[in-house]
Design a protein around this ligand. Structure first.
Ligand code: FAD
Length: 397
């Protein structure tokens, strides 16, 4: 009698989960692959800062799951409520159990509402985070449109690790781009919980060239760390004083998506420690974690990373199901940031397992040159959009 096909269940249909489901089916078409994702369509964060700046339509951020279903992946339109690891079952929100041989969990992030006094689930309606793309993105956009010329936009940035390390600075740039065009007496103030940030010299050079005097960045040791917010008055307090904003974008500290804690795969940091070769959880066997929820080394939390980890993890899962040893992976990440429609910069890194973590391969990565001419910046803006088209086609197309 023919053996039943091994079952792999994927929780979360974002860049990580959708890419993993696809890679599994392509590596071994016999596998029964189910993707548990409550939403009918996915809203992508990359390029959502351009939506906030009025440079891009929100519809361009939406992707469905029909492409995956055409390849034989079963989309289960519900949330996973818990995992019975001993029985190898995921329990859906309506109580239905789904059995698995291997489980891949890719729930992205949860915003922490216990980490910044005054910033809770109600405060997000007044001080949007816009760190999960969707209604929050549009709310921040509407607040900028409603703001009077001369207003102060404050962006509060958390300590590492968090989703998309260059994202807040891209956002500051594109908000300045909008203000320059429509409200040129306004300013952007970035209050930061750290003293250095991704692509810092490139961003600062871009701000001087594109938006002189419009963007101010205050690092942790100069009083940038926000300690409390008052949503009603849009006031952000730091150890050095307080700032009253016309529009405040509070990006709070984060942790792995809620199901991670419920499933027992998140540690005390709130993130999920994983093996750097297979992405198997260090806490619960037969469960793999990829994308923003995973932690285990130097890879930044990006859609590029999520997609790269998905492919490596799928290969490892297929090997493990066949009783084979997964190969040692090398993973790449590249993050493009847009400072203006025709001004892009990038950072790239290569990562491989070392001392049980994913470590950066020395000398393999780098950033755009600091002294590049405008033509190169314009080309990088085009590459950034092309990257988005490629990765969304690969994950969802
Ligand atoms: P997500 O994309 O968040 O997907 C998680 C999915 O899991 C969601 O669809 C969710 O509904 C689902 N889910 C959660 N819980 C459950 C559950 N219990 N059951 C079922 N499903 C569940 N990255 C780049 O590479 N380049 C960029 O230019 C870039 N720009 C960015 C700009 C901004 C403003 C932001 C905020 C992020 C940006 N990123 C960028 C980062 C990128 O969006 C994330 O790193 C990426 O989305 C992570 O993918 P993920 O699949 O791990 O999580």
């Amino acid at each position: 009698m023919a053996q039943a096909a091994p079952r792999v269940v994927v929780v979360g249909g974002g860049f990580a989960g959708a890419s993993a489901a696809r890679a599994l089916k392509r590596e071994d078409p016999r596998l029964a692959v189910a993707l548990i994702e409550p939403n009918a369509h996915y809203t992508a964060c990359p390029l959502s800062n351009a939506v906030i700046a009025g440079l891009r339509d929100m519809k361009a951020q939406h992707f469905g799951y029909a492409g995956l279903e055409r390849e034989g992946i079963v989309h289960v339109p519900q949330a996973a409520a818990r995992v019975e690891a001993e029985r190898r079952e995921v329990i859906l929100a309506d109580g239905t159990p789904i059995g698995y041989d291997r489980l891949i969990v890719a729930p992205g992030i949860e915003l922490r509402f216990d980490a910044l006094p005054g910033y809770d689930a109600a405060a997000v309606e007044l001080l949007p985070h816009a760190w999960k793309a969707g209604e929050q993105t549009l709310l921040l956009r509407r607040q900028l449109e409603a703001m009077e010329d001369g207003g102060l936009v404050v962006i509060s940035v958390p300590a590492n690790p968090f989703r998309c390390p260059p994202g807040p600075y891209e956002r500051a740039s594109l908000i300045a781009n909008y203000l320059q065009r429509h409200k040129p007496r306004s300013k952007v103030l970035i209050l930061d919980r750290k003293d250095a940030f991704s692509k810092q010299r490139l961003f600062e050079a871009g701000w001087t060239a594109l938006y002189p005097g419009m963007i101010e960045w205050v690092g942790e040791s100069s009083g940038g760390g926000v300690t409390e917010v008052d949503a009603a008055t849009r006031t952000l307090r730091t150890e050095f004083g307080e700032h009253r904003a016309a529009v405040a974008n509070v990006i709070p500290p984060q942790r792995a998506g809620a199901i991670a804690a419920v499933a027992g795969i998140a540690d005390a940091t709130g993130w999920c420690p994983v093996d750097p070769v297979t992405f198997e959880s260090r806490l619960v066997p037969n469960i793999h974690v990829i994308g923003d929820a995973a932690i285990g080394g130097a890879m930044p939390k990006s859609a590029f990373t999520a997609n790269a980890q998905a492919k490596v993890c799928a290969g490892a899962v297929v090997a493990l199901l066949r009783g084979e040893k997964p190969g040692e992976p090398k993973l790449i990440n590249t993050c493009y940031s847009l400072l203006a429609p025709d001004y892009g910069i990038s950072i790239a890194g290569v990562y491989s397992p070392r001392d049980d973590l994913l470590a950066e391969v020395e000398g393999a990565g780098g950033t755009s040159p600091l002294d590049a001419p405008p033509a190169v910046r314009a080309e990088e803006a085009v590459y950034g959009e092309a990257w988005f088209d490629t990765i969304t086609a690969e994950a969802f197309g």
